[in-house]
Design a protein around this ligand. Structure first.
Ligand code: HEM
Length: 508
């Protein structure tokens, strides 16, 4: 019975994905099931002959589909059970791909450290072409590797991030306050109130006023909804809308590139425009690289902004302490800066205090809501623990398995805002300290370059919201958001459901 329903699910999945192709017709279901069963038997006979040094394989019945349905329904439980049964390194077949999954902190750390055996760069090149629409020539040009990457790394360094954060504060003062004014006195779902304010603040801070930001938001949103499927390899024919949104988004940036390079954009975008022009990339490619920038800036940040506010609202005692911390920083700043120029009236959010509780709450938010998978390709056959990995294999480091490990983080399913208070406390697994217990920004060669900026902007966003607005959960609504765990590997997970809130502008 269980097998039958799984097969039914599988057939539905396949026919849904390939809708329009005739063999999805239910009349062919029985012969297809027999073929699949035959394939399954062959698969098992073949699996038995594999080298004992290969990682163990999570068993499945339906070829091609593999574990896609079971894993897709509840990835956390699927991966926990697989780790308990097979250890921290195993293979999973899902939707036609077989990949190696790694779930323990020490193996993830070993992969991050060994950047010669586990490479990321070819994958980055592939994604830039396949998902972000850049041409092969531009992606593989020497300017990309020698100039663009170096520039990017420098411009997002901790020192340069402070400058960017000051730009963000200025834009936040305009766009977050606009949203508070627009929603003042209203009861609303939280997401629409936060998202546009957050998107606009970051977009104007980076790109300045030459960009049609509202138009770029529509394209970004439609594209971003499906990037996890694109990364998983789903082709354009199955995702026509999101790829069309990407093409339209690139056009918005083409228009931006036709405007003069004004001083009101950030140094990283200015340098990007200069390098790509000097390198002689086409207008399309120069726009595509900016569209990629916008995606990297917004995708995880928007969901993080949502979670930090939604989680604090659901923990009123912590929220009271966070608000007190924010208020104390603001009043202390006003005492020492009585004649502050209005243009710098919010500088206390960055320069005035370190916000220990809010900083811990941000880190806890990222642990709680992230599903970060770092993908690497095995460059040469390599041994990892007691298994051999073959050249070309894709290895996925599942950081969420570490974030949700109850031995490392007590009550991992709970949001505990002060979990990280007092610095990076030691955490243990099997009696050994775990240094990489929290990896919301990934690690190794592909570690998030925007992490210094991102950590600051999340604190600033929360400081704006709780300084300039009172937000209360609507007592008549019992709906509560949950991280959408089915979007496994999708970065900071979007919410499933929302929180209804009443927004009131605060008067000083
Ligand atoms: C809370 C917000 C953010 C989170 C959680 C986050 C997380 C991540 C993660 C997990 C990766 C990939 C790591 C891997 O594959 O191992 C990444 C890559 C990257 N992120 Fe972020 N990110 C955030 C915000 C930002 C922002 C605001 C920027 C830009 C200002 C940014 C720029 C980048 C870039 C450029 C990369 C690619 C790095 C590389 O391939 O070398 N991120 N981010």
């Amino acid at each position: 019975m269980a097998l039958t329903s799984e097969m039914e699910d599988a057939l539905n999945l396949v026919s849904h994905r390939l809708s329009g192709i005739r063999w999805s017709n239910k009349d062919v279901a029985l012969p297809v099931i027999f073929c699949l069963l035959g394939y399954s038997v062959l698969h098992y006979l073949n699996a038995g002959r594999k080298s004992k040094l290969s990682p163990p394989h999570v068993g499945y019945w339906i070829p091609w589909v593999g574990s896609a349905i079971t894993m897709g329904k509840d990835p956390d439980t699927f991966l926990k059970r697989a780790s308990e049964k097979l250890g921290p390194i195993f293979r999973v077949t899902a939707a036609g791909n077989t990949m190696t999954y790694v779930t323990s902190p020490e193996l993830i750390s070993a992969i991050y450290r060994d950047s010669k055996s586990f490479v990321f760069f070819p994958l980055w090149l592939e994604l830039s072409e396949r998902i972000f629409g850049m041409s092969h020539d531009s992606v593989h040009s020497p300017s990309m590797r020698e100039e663009y990457f170096t520039m990017h790394h420098d411009e997002l360094s901790p020192r340069n991030s402070v400058f960017l954060l000051h730009r963000y504060i200025k834009q936040g003062h305009i766009h977050i306050l606009d949203a508070i004014n627009a929603f003042n006195g209203k009861t609303t779902p939280l997401l629409p109130f936060l998202h546009l304010a957050a998107y606009h603040s970051a977009a104007y801070a980076f790109f300045g006023y030459g960009l049609d930001v509202p138009k770029s938001y529509e394209c970004f949103r439609k594209f971003d909804e499906s990037t996890h499927l694109m990364i998983a390899g789903m082709p354009r024919i199955l995702l026509p809308g999101p790829f069309k949104a990407r093409d339209e988004g690139i056009k918005v940036f083409e228009e931006y590139l036709k405007t003069p390079l004004e001083d009101d954009c950030s140094p990283v975008i200015k340098r990007s425009r200069e390098i790509s022009q000097e390198a002689g990339w086409s207008l399309h490619d120069r726009a595509a690289v900016l569209f990629t920038e916008m995606w990297a800036i917004q995708t995880n940040y928007l969901n993080s902004v949502y979670w930090i506010i939604a989680l604090l609202l659901q923990h009123p005692e912590t929220l009271t302490s966070v608000k007190a911390e924010i208020e104390a920083a603001r009043t202390a700043w006003q005492v020492t800066h009585p004649d502050e120029d209005p243009e710098h009236q919010n500088d206390w959010m960055l320069d005035g205090a370190s916000f220990p509780l809010l900083t811990s709450a941000v880190q806890e938010t990222l642990r709680y809501s992230s599903s970060i998978i770092s993908i690497r390709i095995v460059q040469e056959p390599v041994q990892l623990r007691n298994v051999c990995l073959e050249k070309g294999e894709k290895v996925l480091s599942i950081t969420r398995a570490v974030h949700m490990d109850e031995e490392i983080h007590q009550n991992p399913e709970k949001f505990i805002a002060d979990r990280y208070l007092g610095g990076s406390k030691l955490r243990y697994k099997n009696g050994k300290p775990v240094a990489n217990h929290t990896m919301a920004f990934g690690g190794g060669v592909s570690m998030c370059e925007g992490r210094h900026f991102a950590s600051g902007e999340l604190r600033i966003f929360a400081a704006f919201i709780f300084t300039y607005a009172n937000i209360e959960i609507d007592p008549t609504s019992s709906e509560r958001p949950e991280p959408m765990t089915s979007r496994m590997g999708g970065g900071i997970l979007p919410p499933l459901g929302d929180l209804r809130v009443k927004i009131t502008k605060r008067d000083f």
